[in-house]
Design a binder for this molecule. Structure first.
Ligand code: FAD
Length: 506
């Protein structure tokens, strides 16, 4: 019997129907279209994956399914390996086309894509992939990147077609299935709500009210929770596109009178530059997928990974280092699935320079905790903040200075490290300086109720600096740095310097 012809829109990290090129392209053919999402079981047992991510995706799939119904389509969710799902579909149907977005994912998805492409080619299925954002596949010249990216961001928002021929003859659930048994890693605490309606609500509330103090509060861990856009998981899982956000910011700016415009312009341009960084960092992983596992600058291989101190790792991960601000930030992150940029950087800096933990070891815990886990940003930032890129200034955060700067009266610390809630403000940043009497009256004996500081910051940093200086002096170090810069470095001056002989104490 002749197989009936179909085409497929394969959703991955693009859980929306607006500004969605694969859907739009599918609408040009008069072939029944299957809207497909695959829960890839093996992916969910990888060390970077966490049920927290799935929770967000689950919400988003529920809404995607509803939104597809409005254009007379049905979302079909299958469970298993992509290869098997497509193989089974091919047994029943003649698949003419598969439409999808390019995914700049991690090694796992990269390898899956290679296999999928070759199996599509063998089965004579036309596989059409489209850029998902400003990241350029097979970029030839890094100097050309921002031109291409900016051009893409100025393109019109792609409309949602409503003339796609629906595909009806398949059994499959439009509702995300219960997949409890596939999650190895779990979380305790909250997770941001996913879904297109939440994406719009989040960005609208930011552009209407919350973003007014964006720049001012961006590094304050408590206040940034409300003042930052909080759009990151939506961008990660694609319930909204960067282009849509950029478009909304120009509508906002154009709607304002002069005085208001002045206030908002600073905040909006800060947001826009971060959206550029987003593509910039993901481009690094796209251009060099090995950065998930290997230091950008090869001279840093072996620097820390042989000396993993599991006691330090566990104290860092659980917010038990004895540095109140570090512990408060980690506990906040573990509970909320999000923390602002500067605090992410400080947590990595503390783990890397103070505790001498390798970025690969700490990266998995952070990936699991971040609802917005985006491999391109994640691995680039981990490497940058731990000093192994060879093209960035070394940024070493002083956890005590950060504590005084970002949480002067210790409010945030007291909320997230309740053992310290009765400690007087004068000691909250350095509780180890309290006399025994003050410890007793604060009901917080250091070493019993709250840990002794795990390491002396100034001593640890001295050692770290000398290790870095040794490596930077090695023959051939600068040549390697230049090569890395040519391939991956930002062309904006000052952001990335060459080579990384500069040091910034923050
Ligand atoms: C070690 C480390 C790991 C990180 N891992 C991730 C990750 O897995 N996923 C992720 O989305 N961000 C990551 N970031 C970047 C940044 O911390 C988050 O994007 C930001 O805190 C998200 O909150 P927001 O949406 O309120 O950001 P806003 O400040 O409101 O910024 C708007 C958007 O710009 C992008 N953005 C902001 N800062 C950066 C940055 N420094 N680099 C690249 N893009 C940026 C994000 O998409 C963000 O949603 C990481 C930073 C560090 C230091």
């Amino acid at each position: 019997m002749k197989k009936s012809e179909i085409q497929i829109v394969w959703f991955k990290r693009d859980l929306r129907i607006t500004d969605h090129k694969p859907i739009y392209e599918a609408s040009k053919n008069s072939t029944p279209t299957l809207m497909l999402y695959i829960v890839e079981t093996d992916y969910w047992s990888e060390p970077f994956a966490n049920r927290r991510h799935w929770s967000f995706i689950h919400d988003s799939l529920v809404e995607l399914s509803r939104d597809l119904n409005t254009i007379n389509q049905k979302l079909i969710i299958q469970i298993g390996s992509v290869e098997k799902v497509f193989k089974d579909l091919s047994k029943k149907y003649k698949i003419n086309y598969v439409f999808a977005h390019e995914e700049s994912g991690n090694d796992w998805t990269f390898k899956r894509d290679i296999k999928v492409r070759s199996s599509f080619a063998n089965s004579k299925i036309n596989y059409k992939e489209f850029p998902a954002n400003g990241v350029v596949r097979c970029l030839k010249d890094r100097n050309e990147w921002s031109k291409i990216r900016n051009f893409r961001m100025k393109e019109n928002i792609i409309p949602t077609p409503n003339n796609i021929i629906p595909f009806k003859a398949i059994n499959g659930s439009p509702i995300p299935p219960k997949t409890d048994n596939i999650f190895i890693n779990n979380f305790r605490g909250k997770v941001q709500k996913g879904g297109r309606s939440q994406a719009l609500k989040t960005i609208n509330s930011f552009l209407q009210i919350r973003g007014k103090n964006y720049i001012y509060n961006i590094s304050k861990p408590g206040k940034s929770e409300n003042s930052c856009s909080r759009i990151s998981p939506h961008l990660t899982w694609g319930t909204i596109s960067s282009k849509e956000i950029i478009n909304m910011t120009s509508i906002k700016i154009n709607s304002l009178h002069e005085v208001e415009r002045k206030i908002w312009k600073k905040n909006i341009s800060a947001l826009l530059s971060r959206l550029t960084w987003r593509c910039h960092f993901i481009q690094k992983l796209e251009s060099q997928p090995s950065i998930e596992f290997k230091c950008m600058h090869p001279y840093y291989e072996g620097l820390r990974e042989k000396q993993v101190n599991l006691k330090f790792y566990s104290a860092w991960k659980n917010g038990q280092t004895g540095y109140p601000f570090v512990d408060a930030c980690m506990r906040f992150l573990n509970y909320n699935g999000w923390i602002t940029f500067r605090m992410r950087a400080m947590l990595v800096s503390f783990a890397s320079y103070d505790l001498w933990l390798d970025w690969r070891k700490i990266g998995y815990h952070l990936a699991q905790m971040f609802t917005d886990y985006e491999p391109g940003i994640h691995y680039s930032q981990l490497q940058m903040q731990s000093g192994v890129t060879g093209i960035n200034t070394l940024r070493i955060y002083n956890p005590i200075k950060q504590s005084y700067d970002q949480d002067p009266n210790g409010e945030f610390i007291k909320k997230w490290v309740p053992e310290l809630k009765n400690v007087p403000e004068a000691w909250i940043h350095e509780p180890w300086k309290m006399s025994l009497n003050t410890q007793k009256s604060s009901k917080c004996i250091i070493g019993k109720d709250y840990p002794h500081k795990i390491i002396v910051h100034s001593e640890a940093i001295k050692k770290a600096k000398s290790q870095f200086t040794k490596i930077m002096k090695k023959e051939g170090y600068n040549e390697k740095s230049k090569f890395i810069f040519t391939k991956l470095g930002s062309r904006r001056k000052k952001r990335e310097v060459l080579p990384n002989k500069q040091l910034k104490l923050l």
